[in-house]
Design a protein around this ligand. Structure first.
Ligand code: GSH
Length: 205
């Protein structure tokens, strides 16, 4: 029987999308969460010295997006055919563009620069990327609430999680984006996801 271990910190960060994929698939796995002080003694055990890492049947795989894409393929959450998978990847890449900009703001050490970056991000960059995502959802979602092909894929799960962080920083962020709001609501209603969200450990950003 296949075995899965997911190593990450006690945060959602780059690991939560894989946890959501496991939850949606109803697949058991070991959810290993390092505390900050434990990490230095484990860093050298990881292929690239970073997390998340998935251990699949005893072999370690780094890179959050590669991990999530592999899991999605394992559990039929990647899109029904090659072209749907490419559409899912386009949504994921667009979310990644947004996340990279968001992270740059959050982790800026210089407070004045952070304020400046934050202003531009929330006023310009975020609405632009959300509009792009809304466009892709309407184009590929076949009139339904999911991003691609009218069924759940890992693009929906990734956006669900990223949306949580965006709304935490800016409560009105999705107000002008009906598809995106509906998409997150539908994901949260799926029975396995609803159960997971209710029972997951408190997991910060
Ligand atoms: N491109 C990598 C980036 C991984 C990454 O930056 N991981 C951070 C946590 S989110 C990390 O391991 N930091 C601890 C360290 O580098 O020692 C991915 O997407 O997995």
């Amino acid at each position: 029987m296949a075995t899965y271990k997911l190593y990450y910190f006690n945060g959602r960060g780059r690991g939560e999308v894989s946890r959501l994929i496991f939850a949606a698939a109803g697949q058991k796995y070991e959810d290993i969460r390092f505390e900050g002080e434990q990490w230095p003694s484990h860093k050298s055990e990881m292929p690239l010295g970073q997390l998340p890492v998935l251990e699949f049947n005893g072999v370690k795989l780094p890179q959050s997006i590669s991990i999530a894409r592999f899991l999605a393929k394992q559990f039929n959450l990647a899109g029904k055919d090659n072209f749907e998978q490419a559409q899912v990847d386009a949504v994921v890449d667009t979310i990644a563009d947004l996340v990279n900009k968001f992270i740059a703001v959050r982790f800026e050490a210089d407070e004045a620069k952070k304020q400046e970056l934050g202003k531009t991000f929330f006023a310009e960059e975020l609405p632009k990327q959300l509009k792009n995502l809304e466009t892709l959802g309407k184009l590929y979602g076949k009139g339904g609430a999911f991003f691609v092909g009218n069924q759940l894929t890992w693009a929906d799960l990734l956006f669900y999680d990223v949306g949580e962080s965006l709304l935490g920083a800016e409560a009105n962020a999705l107000d002008n984006f009906t598809f995106l709001k509906q998409n997150r609501a539908e994901v949260a209603k799926l029975p396995k996801i609803a159960e997971y969200l209710k029972s997951r450990p408190v997991t910060p950003f």
